[in-house]
Design a protein around this ligand. Structure first.
Ligand code: AMP
Length: 154
């Protein structure tokens, strides 16, 4: 197998992010590859329970504060794993699009994601992981997230 030289790991900062990031770091070390750790901060307008029209002014978000908080969390995660030398990125956007765009822009040859994350286990692969797998121009590795609550087979 040829080596990977430029790996992007996408982490959602959920409780599963540490194990995904840790495996990515091991793989990067094994291959002597550059490692970029990416978190995409997304925000959605709140649902108005009274079904009143929600105007943009109602859901203005302090993007600077959002990015600052996310950067602190991402730094804490990577520091705890001993990979502070990895490139750490926080971007604002839609996760699946931003992950693909960042991988392309940085010339990554492997994208690593968790099999699912915040969006749950409705499918075998979460929606972000599924989209990356089908649309990436490079290899994709999905780290299997072990589920705590698995229904027994029927
Ligand atoms: P999901 O499809 O949301 O269940 O998440 C599957 C995987 O996609 C996660 O384990 C992460 O690797 C990646 N992912 C999801 N959301 C984000 C995000 N906001 N930023 C970076 N990676 C993400």
């Amino acid at each position: 197998m040829s080596s990977y030289s430029n790996i992007l790991v996408a982490v959602d900062l959920s409780p599963t992010a540490g194990s995904v990031c840790e495996k990515a770091a091991s793989l990067a070390k094994l291959h002597g590859a550059l490692l970029t750790v990416l978190y995409v901060a997304e925000y959605v307008p709140p649902l108005d329970i009274a079904y009143e029209p929600v105007t943009p002014a109602d859901w203005m978000v302090d993007e600077g504060a959002l990015v600052r908080r996310a950067t602190e969390s991402l730094n804490a995660l990577t520091d705890a794993l001993g990979i502070s030398d990895a490139t750490r990125l926080v971007e604002l956007g839609i996760p699946k699009q931003t992950i693909l765009h960042t991988a392309q822009e940085r010339g990554c040859d492997l994208i690593i994601v968790g099999s699912h994350g915040r969006h749950g286990i409705g499918r075998l692969l979460g929606s972000t992981a599924n989209s990356i797998l089908h649309n990436a121009a490079c290899d994709v590795l999905a780290i299997r997230i072990q589920d705590r609550h698995v229904d027994p087979p029927a």
